[in-house]
Each structure stands twice: as structure tokens, then as C-alpha cells.
Design a protein around this ligand. Structure first.
Ligand SMILES: O=c1ccn([C@@H]2O[C@H](COP(=O)(O)O)[C@@H](O)[C@H]2O)c(=O)[nH]1
Length: 279
């Protein structure tokens, strides 16, 4: 079975280095002329999947915007995931789950087991109950060719308070997370399947990402103020592993499918140019 790292490496080679988020904010629904209800959600998600599912490497539905409509919203999330997978994009579900290990095992069944209705290629996970508590997700990912992106240095300004706190061993919390994930990816070719989330907004991280050997998801581009030109400062010599992620910047171009495609094409061109320059 192919690993997620291998599948991601191929998808990026074929479609370009880009992740587009599906974040149906109430303001975006209004901008698209859609009602802020389940029907509006369904039309929004279907439009993005139809426009981008066959051309963007990774699509990242933000679970919160589906969950806010309860079980009907989750049903739309399920059908959106199916539609995206059928169209050929890898689906990264942004759920940022984390808990004690026995509960993480249930999250692993929900998202990384192919028999689940919410089965996706990869999920985001929070390490703040200890990186080891996420082991059931890592094991399930390994068993089924899935991936996990663990929060390390997030794009929001509040994150630093926790992530840059210094542990008893002298490393920051973020560096501890980075080092543990680096261990999990050791020796993987062409890329490990356990990634990290590192915001494109944060400037020079002051952290060592050189041994991660896994994908580095970079949210914060566009609406949060970062641009592709910021990526070299943030990622330095690890630039080749970066998966740039945009949500509102691309979604603002909708609902016209051609305009959505053009916005995604612009984003991928900007990123490809910057990432290629530093290889
Ligand atoms: O550090 C992080 C981790 C996750 N996110 C998520 O990414 C998108 C960003 O949306 P934009 O519209 O491109 O700002 C959103 O779903 C966040 O929850 C992040 O921004 N930062």
C-alpha cells in the first residue's frame, strides 16, 4: 500500500504545491448570494469541489463550518469528502483533534479507517495532551496509508504563548513536537506521512525543521496576511516540504467556477515560483 507521504509527493508533482481550504464562513455564503443554512452550505461545498477537485493537490474542508449545522452539516461534509476523493484530490480534514489515547483511537476510527463515512486521506491533530497520546492516529495512518498533520507553530498570534513556552528540558513545546514527529518520519522516502502545521505568518521560526522529513502545512496565506514571498523566511532550507494553504483568498473569487479555478491557479503559480527558486 502506498503511504500518504508518497501519494502527497505525487499529487504535488502532478498538480502543484497547493492546499485549498473549504471554509464556508457566514460572510462568504452571503458574498456568494447563498443563505446561511444547510442548503447554502451544500451548494457552497459542491461548487468548490466541482471547480477544484480535479486540479488542486489537496483540499482541506474545515470541519467546524460543517459541524455548526449539526447532523445535516456533517452529512454534507461526508458527501463533500466523497466528491473530492472521486475527483482525485487528496482530502485533509481540518478537525484538530486530540485527547487521551483511548479516545484518540476513536478519532482514528472516525477519520482514518477506510470503512468510516468520514474517511479522509489526512487529518489535523493537536498535540497538547502529549504527542504520544496521538499514537492511535499515527498507527491507523500507517496501517491505511493515511496522514496526520500535528500543530507545531500555528498561524495565529495567540499560539506562541503555549508553543514557544520552554519545557523542563530547555526546548520549546514546539521544538519538542517537531523532534518527536521527526523521529516518526525517520528514513521515509520520498516523504514521511506525519506532517506539521507551521503558519506562514510567523516569520523566522527560530526552530529547527531540518529533520522533519514530512510535509509542512503552511496556513495563514492570503486572508491572514502572509504571502508566498514570506515562505523562504519561515521555512528556510525546509522549503521543499512546504504545502501552502489558502482558504478565503481563493474562496473569495467564487461562486463562478472559472474564477475559482483562476484564483487557485494564481496561488499555485505564486507558490511554485517561490518554492522552486529555493530548491
Ligand atoms: O495554524 C493554523 C492552523 C489551521 N488554520 C486553519 O486554516 C484555515 C485558514 O483559513 P484562511 O481563510 O486562509 O485564513 C482555517 O480553516 C483555519 O482554521 C490556520 O489558519 N492556522
Amino acid at each position: 500500500m502506498e503511504t500518504f507521504g508518497t501519494r502527497l509527493h505525487r499529487a504535488v508533482a502532478e498538480r502543484g504545491p497547493l492546499c485549498v481550504g473549504i471554509d464556508p464562513h457566514p460572510g462568504l455564503l452571503a458574498r456568494w448570494g447563498l443563505p446561511d443554512d444547510v442548503d447554502g452550505l451544500a451548494r457552497f461545498a459542491r461548487t468548490v469541489a466541482e471547480a477544484l477537485g480535479d486540479r488542486v493537490a489537496v483540499i482541506k474542508p474545515q470541519s467546524a463550518f460543517f459541524e455548526r449545522f449539526g447532523s445535516r452539516g456533517v452529512a454534507i461534509l461526508e458527501s463533500t469528502i466523497r466528491q473530492l476523493r472521486e475527483a482525485g484530490s487528496l482530502v485533509l480534514l481540518d478537525v484538530k483533534r486530540g485527547d487521551i489515547g483511548s479516545t484518540v483511537a476513536a478519532y482514528a476510527s472516525a477519520y482514518l479507517d477506510p470503512s468510516s463515512p468520514l474517511y479522509v486521506d489526512a487529518v489535523t491533530a493537536s498535540p497538547y495532551l502529549g504527542v504520544g497520546s496521538l499514537a492511535p492516529m499515527f498507527e491507523s495512518a500507517a496501517a491505511h496509508g493515511g496522514g496526520v498533520f500535528v500543530l507545531a507553530l500555528t498561524s495565529n498570534p495567540e499560539g506562541a504563548q503555549v508553543q514557544r513556552a520552554v519545557t523542563s528540558g530547555g526546548r520549546t513545546v514546539a521544538q519538542l513536537v517537531i523532534d518527536e514527529i521527526s523521529q516518526l518520519n525517520r528514513g521515509a522516502e520520498p516523504l514521511g506521512s506525519i506532517g506539521l502545521v507551521v503558519g506562514a505568518t510567523i516569520g523566522d521560526t527560530g526552530h529547527d525543521l531540518s529533520r522533519v522529513n514530512g510535509p509542512l502545512l503552511a496556513p495563514g496565506l492570503g486572508a491572514q496576511g502572509a504571502t508566498a514571498a514570506d515562505l523562504p523566511t519561515v521555512f528556510g532550507s525546509s522549503l521543499s516540504a512546504v504545502l501552502p494553504s489558502y482558504s478565503r483568498e481563493v474562496l473569495n473569487a467564487g461562486p463562478d467556477a472559472d474564477a475559482l479555478r483562476a484564483a487557485a491557479d494564481r496561488a499555485v503559480a505564486d507558490c511554485r515560483h517561490i518554492l522552486a527558486a529555493r530548491h
